[in-house]
Every structure is written in structure tokens, then in C-alpha cells.
Design a protein around this ligand. Structure first.
Ligand SMILES: Nc1ncnc2c1ncn2[C@@H]1O[C@H](COP(=O)(O)OP(=O)(O)OP(=O)(O)O)[C@@H](O)[C@H]1O
Length: 254
């Protein structure tokens, strides 16, 4: 599998916004319906170009926090700012525009079963209105980057779990998102493939994308030693590395 970032255009718009935090949560709380709060008093900032792990026991609220991050859920209280904009006042159109700056990868891939690998990866560009002649090159390069050129015309069901997840990652980053959010992306693959997938996230991060990766896998977190770790316990955020509020300067951070 190639990890050479060269197929990706480093000068593409949206990469490596150097100014200020790209996400701010201020005393955010969330309850589903009339139930108890599943997230309480969540305050943090995400800085551009950094790599964050989100961890914590099952039911702690990781998926819920990620849904807030990719604008699929609104908080019950508190304030969220995404790319400098107050998330509570976004029009539907503006929300969609901001959402395009966020790539999402799920544990269970969520590929479209009747589409080929090429068409799955091309989907976000087509939805954004990119002309067919303009998308063929980038999609082909992206599929090569995740090491699946030979499977370009296959359907997801003919691929292994690790291969399907690589397609899902390619689809999530084809639009060059500023923020890449992944919910247990290595949960359905063997440890060796988990490391290969981590390398893809790391490569994207090195090109300037902020990554938030939810995982239970401590091996992955040890592999990525300079990442910040956000730990959720019963809906509250702990900050074991002490970097969420005041991140240290990071070598090479833009
Ligand atoms: N749509 C929903 N309606 C009601 N309660 C929900 C909903 N989604 C999640 N919850 C509850 O919110 C809490 C947090 O769930 P969440 O899925 O965010 O945790 P998690 O840390 O991602 O867990 P896991 O590691 O098992 O995926 C749990 O108590 C869960 O039952």
C-alpha cells in the first residue's frame, strides 16, 4: 500500500488552515429526548493540523461527541463553534457547506453496496457538483493511494474488511477535508490492518488535516505518541495529556 502523499495536492484549498482553533466546545451538554445527559460540561478546542484520539469505555459518549463534531447532532446546551462559526445559527445551506469540510469514517464502513469502489470514492465529489472529467484523475489517484487500484471496478461486498475501510477512508478524504473524524475505524479489522489504516490517518494528518479518531485500541494510541488523548468517562471529558486547552507548539504544525 502506498503512503506517498504525492497524489494529493498539498496546495488544494482547505488544507492546513493556519489560524486559531478549528473547533471550540464550551460547556456542551447533550441529552437524547427527556433522558439523562449523555455528555456534560464538555469544553475543549481542536487546533489545526493536530491528531487527537478520543477514547473511553463503551457508552461513555464517544459516538455522540463525534456526531456533534460532524454536525449530525445539535447540543442540548452550551456552545459549539466550527471553523470559527457558531454552529447553533447555521442555515441548512451553510451547515452543508461546513459539513463538506469534514470527512467521516465509520467502524462499519457504510459504503454504498451497489456502487463500485470508484463510484463510492467519487460520490462526495459528484454530490458537490464536480464535473466527471475533473474527478476521474483525483479519484484514480486516491484509490491508488490506499492501495486498491486493482479493485477499482469491484463492489464492496467482494472486498475484505480492511479493504472496505480503505475505500471508506478514500471517500472521506477525497474532498480534502480540514477535519477528519473516525469512529472506531479499526474495530472490524485485524491488528496488522489496523496499523495500516492508522498510517493512512497519519499521512493525512501530516498533510495538514486535523484528525479525531475514536478508539479503544491502546496499541494504536501508543503508536501515535505525539497525539492528544481525549478521554470520556460517563459523558465527561478528561484530558490526560493536558493539551486540549493549551496545546504545546508542535514541530511542523502549520
Ligand atoms: N439515539 C440515541 N437515543 C438515546 N440514547 C442514545 C442514543 N445514542 C446513544 N445513546 C446513549 O448515549 C450514551 C452514549 O452512547 P455513545 O454511543 O455515544 O457511546 P460510545 O462511547 O460511543 O459507546 P461505544 O464505545 O459502545 O460505541 C449511551 O448510554 C447510549 O445508550
Amino acid at each position: 500500500m502506498s503512503l506517498d502523499p504525492s497524489p494529493l495536492d498539498l496546495a488544494a484549498p482547505g488544507f492546513g488552515n493556519p489560524t486559531g482553533p478549528i473547533v471550540r466546545f464550551e460547556n456542551v451538554g447533550l441529552r437524547y429526548g427527556a433522558g439523562r445527559e449523555v455528555l456534560s460540561d464538555i469544553t475543549f478546542k481542536l487546533h489545526p493540523g493536530r491528531f487527537y484520539f478520543l477514547t473511553g469505555p463503551s457508552g461513555a459518549g464517544k459516538t455522540t461527541l463525534l456526531k456533534l463534531l460532524y454536525l449530525a447532532q445539535s447540543p442540548s446546551r452550551g456552545a459549539i463553534s466550527m471553523f470559527g462559526e457558531d454552529a447553533s445559527v447555521l442555515s441548512r445551506e451553510r451547515r452543508t457547506e461546513l459539513r463538506r469540510r469534514i470527512g467521516v469514517v465509520f467502524q462499519n464502513f457504510r459504503l454504498v453496496p451497489h456502487l463500485t469502489v470508484f463510484d463510492n470514492v467519487a460520490l462526495p465529489l459528484r454530490l458537490a457538483g464536480t464535473a466527471e472529467e475533473e474527478l476521474v484523475g483525483p479519484v484514480t489517484d486516491m484509490i491508488e493511494w490506499v492501495g486498491l487500484s486493482r479493485a477499482t471496478n469491484q463492489r464492496p461486498s467482494t472486498l475484505s474488511g480492511g479493504e472496505q475501510q480503505r475505500v471508506a477512508i478514500a471517500r472521506a478524504v477525497i474532498t480534502r477535508p480540514d477535519l477528519l473524524v473516525a469512529d472506531e475505524p479499526t474495530g472490524n479489522v485485524d491488528p496488522q490492518m489496523a496499523l495500516r489504516l492508522l498510517h493512512l490517518f497519519t499521512a493525512m494528518n501530516k498533510m495538514g488535516t486535523t484528525v479525531v479518531l475514536a478508539t479503544h485500541d491502546s496499541t494504536l494510541m501508543h503508536r501515535q505518541g505525539d497525539a492528544a488523548v481525549m478521554r470520556l468517562e460517563k459523558g465527561r471529558l478528561d484530558d490526560p495529556t493536558g493539551v486540549l486547552r493549551n496545546p504545546p507548539d508542535r514541530k511542523g504544525m502549520r
